[in-house]
Each structure stands twice: as structure tokens, then as C-alpha cells.
Write a protein that binds this ligand. Structure first.
Ligand SMILES: Nc1ncnc2c1ncn2[C@@H]1O[C@H](COP(=O)(O)OP(=O)(O)OP(=O)(O)O)[C@@H](O)[C@H]1O
Ligand SMILES: [Mg+2]
Length: 332
């Protein structure tokens, strides 16, 4: 299943929103329509029961081209995300720099050179990942838009690649621009927008194609605290109508706690998934909730877990993942 088969690696990366500089001279309208997905032979019930993501023993070893030495970025990662129709799930990922968080997102996205894993398999709705696909959308930390395209054209870009007719894709894009609260900026260019606004464009562009899985790599990392809170609220608001599974990497523990249904905690390199903490959904806006003493207690609890993993390397025996619920199950 090569959804973007025939396109250069570069264009594949552009679709999943790589850095703006790289995209300056792209002309995506030249590229082919996506090939249809192979028909799944399962009954609708059996298909619905398949996990959204089944990560089986994923290990990634990179070879340093200068020294020729192997370096294990991820080691034996195992987890299953069950399908939760009309609910979705938001997984936040915490771990020290270099523990392989981005590598794991890229493996789910099917993006080289992280994909394919050296060992193990990434299975999405019963099918092994073989490359990028419209069922998985990615939002990066860097503001990623085509600088020569208007906001409307940027948001409509994925729909255009899918072959959606012009009027229809413009209507869908305009609706998403309003949803991310950028109504009135349809004809503006990315350089005319602030960083927070450009991340809204990236969000709208990814969500407009309704991916089943949304992969977010430190999406709000470059934003100030207030803008970050606004984006967190926006993500919760939009996500509730998306029914998607979201993986969001962050270094911000309050963000991981606020957004996450489950927090995945990784060890230092070689990254292992050592602990999964279940958390309740937010009941208030980010700015209110993250100022409460109760929220601070949960953040402290997760911080202690992260620090424990950081200081002793792997926090549990190889291949074992501790799964916990937050102690009293409430945020507020
Ligand atoms: N294309 C690559 N070639 C070789 N090594 C790589 C490549 N991409 C990542 N690595 C290495 O794999 C390890 C994991 O990198 P990765 O970017 O996944 O970490 P991360 O957890 O996302 O870190 P950060 O929090 O700093 O973004 C690092 O040691 C990195 O140097
Ligand atoms: Mg990273």
C-alpha cells in the first residue's frame, strides 16, 4: 500500500508537513492521485474490533555513517491501542531527548529513514505499515506550510492530493480554517501569520483529511505558555469531533498530563516504553485546570516517575511495561 507511490521521498515528507524551508519550491498539483487502499476482506464488525495500532516488538537500530557503529534508538517497544469509536484516544509521550520518540512517530507514519523498524512490526488496523498513508497525518514542531500558497490552499493541500474536486476541497478547507479560529485569513500567506497561527494552519491541514491517526511531534513546543494553553484547548475541542487516535510527543509534563488519556513514559536511549499512566480527561480549560493544586499534584507524581526512569535508565525489567492509573482517578 503505497498511498503516495510514485512521489519522491521529499514530497511524501512535505505531505506530512516537514519544515517550511524544504518546501519552498514544491508544486504539489503535479503529483498523482492516491491509489485506492486494498479492500479489507473482514466483516465490518471484525474490522471494527481490530486495534488501531498494534506495535509489536519494535526495535530501531541506526548505523552511524561516520563511525559505522550501530546505535539502538528504540528497543522492543510493545503496545496496543484498541479502537474506540466515537471516543478516540490521546496518547502523550514523555522521555528524555534522544530516547526515540520522534523515531517511533515516524515509524507509525511510515516515514524513512526511521521506517522500517530493524525488528518488529507496526500494524495499523490489521495491516502492517508499509509507508505513509492518508489514514495517518503528522504535525511537526516547526511551522510547516507552503510559503507560496495561501492559507486556504495550504489547508486544502491534502484534499487536493486525494483528488477532492476544487469547490468541495475549498469548502472543507474554509470550514477547518474557521474551526481553528483563523476565519478571515483564507487569502493570507503563512509569513503573515504568527507562530501560533501557523500551527493552527498545520493542525487544520492535517485534520482536514480526517486521518484516523494523528501524529504530533512537539507541536506546541515553540509557543509561549498562554498560546500553548490555547492550542491545547483547541486540540481537545477539535479532537472531540474527530474520533481519532492521537499520539503527541511533548517535553512539557503539564501538557502531557492535561491532554493525555494515557501517558507513555520512555527510558533514556535505547528507548524502552517503561510505564503507561492512565489519566482522566480534562474537565476545564487548560489555563484554569493547570493552575489548580490538584493538577500540580498529578504533574508532580508524573515528574517523579519520569525522573526515576531518567536516573536509573530503564525503570522496569526488559519487555515489561508498568501500567497504572493516576492514584485517585480525578484531575480536578
Ligand atoms: N536519521 C537518523 N540517522 C541516524 N540516527 C538517527 C536518525 N534519526 C534519529 N537518530 C538517532 O536516534 C536516536 C533517537 O532520536 P529521536 O529523534 O527519535 O529522539 P527523540 O526522543 O525524538 O529526541 P528529542 O526529544 O530530542 O526530539 C537519537 O540518538 C538520534 O541521534
Ligand atoms: Mg524528537
Amino acid at each position: 500500500m503505497r498511498w503516495l507511490g510514485g512521489l519522491s521521498d521529499h514530497v511524501r515528507r512535505v505531505f506530512v508537513q516537514d519544515s517550511a524551508e524544504e518546501k519552498e519550491h514544491e508544486h504539489p498539483e503535479q503529483y498523482h492521485k492516491p491509489t485506492p487502499k486494498p479492500k479489507n476482506q473482514l466483516t465490518p464488525e471484525a474490522y471494527a474490533a481490530l486495534p488501531v495500532v498494534d506495535c509489536k516488538g519494535v526495535t530501531k537500530i541506526f548505523r552511524d555513517p561516520r563511525t559505522g557503529q550501530d546505535m539502538t534508538a528504540l528497543q522492543d517497544i510493545n503496545f496496543t491501542i484498541e479502537d474506540a469509536p466515537k471516543v478516540g484516544e490521546l496518547i502523550t509521550m514523555l522521555g528524555p531527548s534522544g530516547c526515540g520518540k520522534s523515531t517511533l512517530l515516524n515509524i507509525i507514519a511510515g516515514l524513512e529513514p526511521h521506517f522500517p523498524p530493524t525488528r518488529g512490526e507496526m500494524i495499523v488496523k490489521g495491516e502492517p505499515v508499509t509507508g505513509p498513508g492518508p489514514d495517518r497525518g503528522m504535525v511537526f514542531q516547526s511551522y510547516s506550510s507552503f510559503p507560496c500558497y495561501t492559507i486556504l490552499e495550504n489547508v486544502a493541500f491534502g484534499l487536493k492530493l486525494q483528488g477532492v474536486p476544487e469547490k468541495e476541497r475549498e469548502d472543507i478547507a474554509a470550514a477547518w480554517i474557521k474551526k481553528v479560529k483563523l476565519g478571515g485569513f483564507e487569502k493570507a500567506y503563512p509569513k503573515e501569520l504568527s507562530g501560533g497561527m501557523r500551527q493552527r494552519v498545520a493542525l487544520a491541514r492535517t485534520l482536514a483529511v480526517k486521518p484516523r491517526i494523528i501524529l504530533m511531534d512537539e507541536p506546541f513546543g515553540a509557543l509561549d505558555r498562554i498560546t500553548r494553553w490555547e492550542m491545547q484547548d483547541l486540540l481537545i475541542e477539535l479532537w472531540s469531533e474527530m474520533e481519532a487516535t492521537v499520539f503527541l510527543v511533548t517535553h512539557d509534563i503539564p501538557e502531557a498530563v492535561f491532554l493525555g488519556d494515557r501517558v507513555f513514559i520512555f527510558s533514556p536511549r535505547p528507548g524502552r516504553l517503561v510505564e503507561i499512566v492512565k489519566l482522566p480527561r480534562p474537565t476545564e480549560k487548560a489555563a484554569q485546570m493547570q493552575r489548580t493544586a490538584k493538577f500540580a499534584d498529578i504533574v508532580n507524581e508524573i515528574s517523579r516517575k519520569v525522573e526515576a526512569v531518567d536516573s536509573c535508565g530503564i525503570g522496569s525489567s526488559a519487555g515489561t511495561v508498568r501500567t497504572n492509573s493516576h492514584t485517585d482517578g480525578s484531575h480536578a
